[in-house]
Design a protein around this ligand. Structure first.
Ligand code: GLU
Length: 413
């Protein structure tokens, strides 16, 4: 994800200029409230001690406690986390969730760790970042390669060290320890709602919508499930090992079963094997990059054949690619709008934990859809009024709300 951080800063710079933000507010937003680097030593199953490096980056809390996921990845860098933490500030602000932005993670390859090593790693990392997290301070959540089991270990470690049970310390937990109904699939459902909003707006026929999903993991497969239920055709999917394509469409249930049994999509019946690169260039109505960042670049943007792109992952399109896609009139629905469903239902989970009062799934999903519809309308309205891309409009709305919060709070002391 190399230069993601520079891109995030440049986006902020240009939006601050359009908004004529006071220079002190602009500078504050270009920087971070806090960056913590921790070493995470654990005993491996063979008895050796290995030291991992972990981080928690807190960007801004003008609008509320810090919020953001924890990712485990061998190529994770502090710069990636800075970009992602800043993006969380904008995401929460755009959809009106009263949180600021944060992100954390550990440089590791979870696929090479046993379950007990992963547990020790998670617990030691939680212990190391404990001084700066808290129910009203900073609330972690799942992200790339982390899940509800990891959230359960984080919640348990924090609770044991606090001396009492603290479900609200993380979101994305299992239901039986204070998780919210609908949280696991919330990012995917939110993307599906956003796709429906965008096809309506871009006047693309909803019937038999052909969709291509890069990355059929936590987020991508949930999108696939909901889109199939809505009558769309999944024509291509992939994992990090490669993808498959069948222009006639593929069954979501069969896809997940095949991946579970084989650890890849290869040899899926009646489908052609393709690379992740080729998948992005397939003809389709909606392309959903739902894997990692920097997938659509100046190198391949000229060959994209989708009618619209809806960003499931964080930062999948580079600014150069954005430019090319704008010239080619291929609209891009930005990540902070499209994939905000996860953090919105995280917010619902946190409210339910704090109140010890839990909602039914219907209530969760209808509140999610209301928030996303409103955010889409607001971004669309501004983009039309000022003739801006949806991305610039969305970031502008978000930055404005954070800047207003900073200004009205004033500078301490
Ligand atoms: N990791 C998710 C995101 O990037 C969710 C964060 C959260 O729920 O706090 O939006």
């Amino acid at each position: 994800m190399g230069n993601q951080w520079q891109i995030a800063r440049k986006q902020l710079d240009s939006v601050s200029a359009i908004l004529s933000l006071p220079e002190n507010v602009h500078q504050l937003l270009r920087n971070f409230d806090r960056i913590l680097t921790v070493s995470v030593p654990i005993q491996m199953d063979d008895g050796a001690v290995k030291v991992f490096t972990g981080f928690r980056v807190q960007h801004n809390s003008a609008r509320g406690p810090y919020k953001g996921g924890v990712r485990y990845h061998p190529e994770l860098t502090l710069d990636d986390l800075k970009a992602l933490a800043m993006e969380m500030t904008w995401k929460c602000s755009l959809v009106g969730v009263p949180f600021g932005g944060a992100k954390g993670g550990i440089i590791c390859n979870p696929k090479e760790l046993s379950k007990s090593e992963l547990e020790r790693l998670t617990r030691r990392y939680t212990y190391a970042i404990m001084p700066i997290i808290g129910i009203e301070k900073d609330i972690p959540a799942p992200d790339v390669n982390t899940n509800e089991q990891i959230m359960a270990w984080m919640m348990d470690t924090y609770s044991m060290n606090s001396g009492f049970c603290t479900p609200g310390i993380v979101t994305g937990k299992p239901i039986n320890i204070g998780g919210s109904l609908g949280r696991t699939d919330a990012t995917g459902l939110g993307i599906a709602f956003t796709i429906m909003n965008s096809v309506k707006h871009f006047k693309i026929d909803r019937k038999e919508l052909k969709v291509v999903i890069q990355g059929y993991g936590n987020v991508g497969s949930a999108v696939g499930k909901f889109l199939s239920e809505m009558g769309c055709k999944i024509v291509a999917v992939s994992s990090s090992k490669g993808g498959i394509f069948n222009p006639k469409g593929m069954n979501h249930g069969a896809l997940t079963r095949h991946y579970k049994d084989n650890g890849s999509f290869e040899h899926f019946p009646n489908a052609e094997n393709i690379t992740n690169e080729a998948l992005l260039e397939l003809p389709c109505d909606v392309l959903i990059p739902a894997a990692l960042g920097n997938q659509i670049t100046n190198e391949n943007a000229g060959r994209i054949k989708a009618k619209i792109i809806v960003e499931g992952a964080n930062g999948p399109t580079t600014p150069e690619a954005d430019q090319i896609l704008t010239e080619r009139k291929i609209p891009v629905v930005p990540d902070i709008l499209a994939n905000a469903g996860g953090v919105i239902v995280s917010y619902f989970e946190w409210i339910q934990d704090v109140q010890c009062y839990f909602w039914c799934e219907k209530e969760v999903n209808s509140k999610l859809s209301n928030i996303l519809d409103r955010a889409y309308e607001e971004a669309l309205h501004l983009s039309r009024e000022k003739k801006l891309s949806l991305r610039t409009a969305a970031i502008m709305l978000a930055v404005k709300k954070v800047a207003d919060a900073i200004l009205v709070r004033g500078l301490y002391p």
